[in-house]
Write a protein that binds this ligand. Structure first.
Ligand SMILES: [Zn+2]
Length: 413
């Protein structure tokens, strides 16, 4: 048996009046996802445990079968694992966005999707000016970078500092959204100092000349220490691989001992090579039992509040990823596909929401003629609900019941 998990990041949404009270999933042409739901099994999964912040990190941990309440230790450390940064148990890793600041406010969480090359130059300057033996910056992909604090004094208070994901606080005043708690002053000091260094940097002079937002500040958040969790193989006895353009998902793959497969042209944005991801996933099944494919684009469209782009990204995910996988996977004989999204990124909120999301499981031979489609409304009406999202993976891997025999009622907790 071969398994493929297809995650369209942030696809779920709320009904929009611009779409006649439909959600983007309901409005989009998603032939393949609907086929999985109709011929296979449709259900609902809570990927963000109550009380936790909805994020790609927490949600994808749950999808892979790891209880986020037990294993989640912050976003920064997971991304650091992916970058191969060596750090000890007493060290803290922060996510360190490059952002655009103006008039005492955070204007853009991505600094206009600053390029990785520009980021590298900017962090070279930061490391030179404010880096020390115990503070180091690591440029990553685009605006997604990291900062390492080695064995800081007051580790516990730094870990419990309240920091804000910059994509959640765009347009707000720094006085409101700067870190709060014991030790916050040190972080605020670094962020303010970074402005002085970055504002006048030649990279930003060039960006401004071209009418682009300057990457004129760092934003520290998502801090944590090294995660400790059992490998995917140890948990399930299956060899797994991860395909994603974003560090956080690859980091989860590393933390769980899965193979990381890099796909040329996978960007994490609208121009990503969707078909390339699907082709690489199919190829990776030769050596692996399970391949986890993550596509970031619908989430970016949600953050941008762009309905058209979101529908397009969902349709691309359906046709180029799900469709290509469905066409090719039959060559392996018996297979199962789990298609889902990690969390809603509603157009109206422009950030993540904790609501449960639809999932569909399709295996070769499934031929049910259901009417329900792959969308929020139909999934809510389905009889299968995983309130503890991390239980879904085991159900996906182990359950061999035909859909008609699936557990009745909302019984799976
Ligand atoms: Zn996500």
């Amino acid at each position: 048996m071969k398994y493929i998990v297809l995650v369209g990041d942030g696809m779920a949404d709320y009904p929009l009046k611009e779409l006649k009270r439909r959600t983007p999933l309901e409005a989009a042409g998603i032939k393949n996802l609907n086929y999985f739901a109709r011929a296979g099994t449709l259900g609902l999964i809570r990927t963000t445990p109550r009380g936790m912040t909805p994020g790609t990190d927490v949600a994808n941990l749950a999808i892979l079968g790891y209880d986020p309440q037990r294993y989640y230790s912050g976003r920064g450390p997971l991304e650091a694992l992916n970058q191969g940064i060596r750090y000890g148990r007493q060290d803290i890793i922060f996510r360190c966005n490059l952002v655009t600041a103006a008039n005492g406010k955070l204007i853009d969480y991505s600094a206009g999707h600053v390029t990785s090359e520009e980021g590298k130059e900017l962090f070279r300057a930061l490391n030179r000016e404010i880096g020390t033996g115990s503070l180091k910056f690591f440029p990553g992909v685009s605006y997604r970078n990291l900062a390492l604090l080695k064995k800081p004094a007051g580790l516990a208070s730094l870990l419990s500092l309240r920091t804000h994901p910059p994509h959640d606080v765009m347009g707000k005043k720094f006085s409101v959204i700067f870190p709060k708690g014991k030790g916050a002053g040190m972080l605020i000091g670094l962020m303010e100092r970074s402005r002085e260094i970055l504002e006048t940097h030649p990279v930003n002079a060039r960006r401004k000349r071209h009418g682009k937002g300057p990457a004129n500040m760092i934003w520290l958040w998502g801090q944590g220490t090294r995660p400790e969790m059992p490998s995917f193989y140890r948990k399930y006895g299956l060899k797994g691989a991860v395909i994603s353009a974003v560090d956080i998902v690859k980091g989860i793959g590393r933390a769980t001992g899965m193979e990381i497969i890099d796909v040329p042209g996978a960007t994490g944005y609208f121009d990503t090579d969707y078909e390339g991801k699907a082709r690489y996933a199919l190829k990776a099944l030769k050596k692996n039992d399970l391949v986890f494919v993550h596509v970031e684009a619908p989430d970016e469209a949600g953050h941008n509040g762009d309905i058209k782009a979101k529908i397009k990204a969902i349709e691309d995910f359906d046709r180029k990823v799900a469709g290509t996988v469905l066409k090719g996977i039959g060559a392996y004989g018996n297979y199962k596909i789990l298609a889902l999204t990690d969390h809603p990124t509603p157009i109206s909120l422009r950030t993540h929401a904790p609501d449960p999301v639809p999932f569909a499981i399709f295996k070769n031979g499934d031929n049910k003629r259901g009417k329900a489609g792959f969308n929020e409304r139909d999934a809510k009406k389905s009889r299968l609900f995983f309130n503890k999202g991390h239980k879904l993976m085991e159900f996906f891997l182990k359950n061999t019941l035909t859909p008609a025999l699936s557990p009745r009622g909302r019984g799976i907790r």
